[in-house]
Design a protein around this ligand. Structure first.
Ligand SMILES: NCc1[nH]cc(CCC(=O)O)c1CC(=O)O
Length: 309
């Protein structure tokens, strides 16, 4: 029996999504033995100094050690949240499969009477760790107090049990994958708040020359998800931005037409730029690049630069 070792971070979410991937792979390859190997990353060890490390130009805080394990053949497939994975892969590695996206949206969870974003009272304290969500909240509801909230899903949900936060915003996908969908109070629609590029999707990364494993991984590839997230990530790359930028993007495909919406905001909420491009899904990468060029022409670079840590 062939053995494929699948590597991931050890957080509840990382393990839940990796178990899901392995179950899907096992359906396609019942004769193959899949093993899960957890790997600790800088992001797991240094939560407090995220900014400091990002400043040093660290490649993907959450992915470096996992990619080293891949390159060293200690694992064969790495499972990442696509939104945390930098848009370029290192020499020798590639994203060889993108499974079907769960839900791209952000959600709100609040205390009693704080269960809808539009109904939050003046001064309500909203917790989030993301620059994109902070920029959006400051633009949309300057009267709210946006309070920093880092940590894994459990930590963030626990914060709601303290007096410091009235509501929190996080990704639907993380809650759905960890069987906490019932905690969601409101799905925030993308026409209001655009999710992070790639949010809700996973990426299976392999060695670029490992044809056998690539074939295994590709069995759970989803073309529609790939077209959508490719448009979103090319947009992000075209802006010269990464996962810690005040950038949102969301692509949908309807009636054979891919529509990509993009958003860039000032961290203080003083300005937002939003634009759309649409066309043939086969041109998804170009649509992302075009939208980035359009938004750079409208001044997006200044907003992204101002938000760099
Ligand atoms: N940056 C942390 C992170 N990376 C992926 C997810 C959620 C799952 C996903 O978007 O696929 C989260 C948590 C969050 O943003 O609430």
């Amino acid at each position: 029996m062939r053995t494929v070792t699948v590597g991931t971070r050890g957080s509840t979410l990382a393990l839940a999504q990796t178990r899901w991937v392995v179950a899907r792979l096992k359906e396609e390859w019942p004769e193959t033995d899949f093993r899960i190997q957890t790997i600790s990353t800088q992001g797991d060890r240094n939560r407090g100094s995220l900014e400091a490390l990002a400043q040093k130009g660290n490649r993907g805080f959450w992915v470096k050690e996992i990619e080293e394990a891949l390159l060293g053949s200690r694992i064969d497939i790495a499972v990442h949240s696509l939104k945390d994975l930098p848009t370029e892969q290192p020499e020798g590695l590639e994203v060889s499969s993108i499974p079907k996206r769960v839900d791209a949206r952000d959600v709100l969870i609040g205390k009693e009477g704080m269960k809808r974003l539009a109904d939050l009272p003046e001064g309500a304290r909203v917790g989030t760790s993301s620059i994109r969500r902070k920029a959006f909240l400051r633009a949309f509801r300057p009267d709210l107090q946006v309070i920093d909230l880092r940590g894994n899903i459990d930590t963030r949900l626990a914060a709601l049990g303290t007096p410091d936060y009235d509501a929190i915003i996080l990704a639907a996908a993380g809650l759905i994958r960890t069987e906490m969908r019932h905690r969601i109070d409101e799905f925030v629609e993308p026409d209001l708040l655009l999710p992070a590029p790639g949010q809700g999707a996973l990426a299976l990364e392999t060695r670029a020359d490992d044809d056998l494993t690539i074939e295994v991984a590709y069995a759970i590839h989803d073309h529609l998800t790939d077209d959508r997230v490719t448009a979103e990530r090319e947009f992000l790359a075209g802006l010269g931005a990464g996962c810690m930028a005040p950038v949102g993007a969301h692509a949908t495909v309807k009636g054979g037409l891919l529509t990509l919406e993009g958003w860039v905001g000032a961290v203080d909420g003083s300005q937002v730029i939003r634009a759309t491009s649409s066309g043939d899904p086969a041109e998804c990468a170009d649509l992302g690049a075009e939208l980035a060029a359009d938004m750079l022409a409208q001044g997006a670079a200044a907003l992204i630069d101002a938000a760099r840590p």
